[in-house]
Design a protein around this ligand. Structure first.
Ligand SMILES: Nc1ncnc2c1ncn2[C@@H]1O[C@H](COP(=O)(O)OP(=O)(O)OP(=O)(O)O)[C@@H](O)[C@H]1O
Length: 241
């Protein structure tokens, strides 16, 4: 039997008041896949992220995380998700280690396991020597890496990131993008919301969202043909308009 996808979304809709924001959205992401949720401002990416993280109940629609239905087995579903929200949520006046220990404790991890995972995560991010620095002393790129490390402490199967490169300069943006692609190659499923087509790699899955509707779902390499990803995105938005 084939493995259940890390994320399954079926027939999901959401209205903000009388404004339809998501319309019959369906797609899935298997383990080991980097999936970009690509769309212009206002497409509905953040709203969809809020549904996937259980902050909003879809009406109607099904969300399953590693086979756990978000409506019927909410705790089990949430335990399989790591989230990097658009707005940073770290304590700037505490050290890197203290921030990570706090979130490890929130996930119920004992100190010994937590410290081992924190050391491993910082090593992997090339930040081991910064463990005792206060967050305030780090640049934007390093703070973002910290948010990713924090989201992975409880070893989730699915990593959700909402526009994680906003406000970063080009080198930091490409370092974070490459790092998360490597996480997917190592086995986790990734859903990466962005409006920047140049963050996609040829082997990625892309779910193209426009006015709350999935207009395309496929592999970047197959969709772009001989164009750049950015030109393909511009063409796709023109045809969807
Ligand atoms: N809390 C809210 N209340 C009412 N309307 C909202 C709310 N959040 C989002 N919307 C509306 O839903 C639509 C989709 O917004 P959303 O933020 O989900 O899109 P997005 O693709 O993430 O865009 P952006 O990149 O600008 O954040 C927009 O028209 C927005 O005004």
């Amino acid at each position: 039997m084939s493995e259940a996808p890390a994320l399954l979304v079926r027939g999901l809709s959401h209205d903000w008041g009388r404004k339809p924001t998501l319309r019959d959205v369906s797609f899935s992401v298997p383990r080991g896949r980097f999936c970009a949720l690509l769309g212009p401002n206002g497409a509905g990416k953040s709203t969809l992220m809020s549904v996937l993280t259980g902050l909003i109940r879809p009406a109607p629609g099904v969300v399953e995380i590693a086979s756990h239905d978000m409506a019927r087995a909410r705790r089990a579903a949430l335990a399989e998700i790591g989230v990097v929200f658009q707005q940073p949520t770290l304590d700037l006046d505490r050290s890197v280690r203290a921030n990570l220990r706090y979130f490890a404790a929130l996930h119920g991890l004992g100190r010994k396991i937590a410290d081992a995972r924190i050391a491993e995560a910082l090593e992997r991010l090339g930040m081991a020597e910064r463990a005792d620095e206060r967050l305030r002393a780090l640049n934007g790129g390093h703070r973002r890496r910290m948010e990713i490390a924090r989201a992975l402490l409880h070893r989730p199967r699915l990593l959700l990131l909402d526009e994680p490169t906003v406000g970063l300069d080009a080198p930091a943006r490409s370092a974070i993008t490459d790092h998360v692609h490597q996480l997917a190659r190592d086995g986790i499923a990734v859903l990466w919301a962005t409006h920047l087509a140049d963050e996609l790699h040829p082997e990625d899955q892309v779910v193209l969202l426009h006015k709350g509707v999935v207009v395309t779902n496929g592999v970047v390499r197959d969709l772009v043909e001989d164009r750049s990803v950015t030109d393909w995105f511009t063409d796709a938005m023109e045809s969807a308009a």
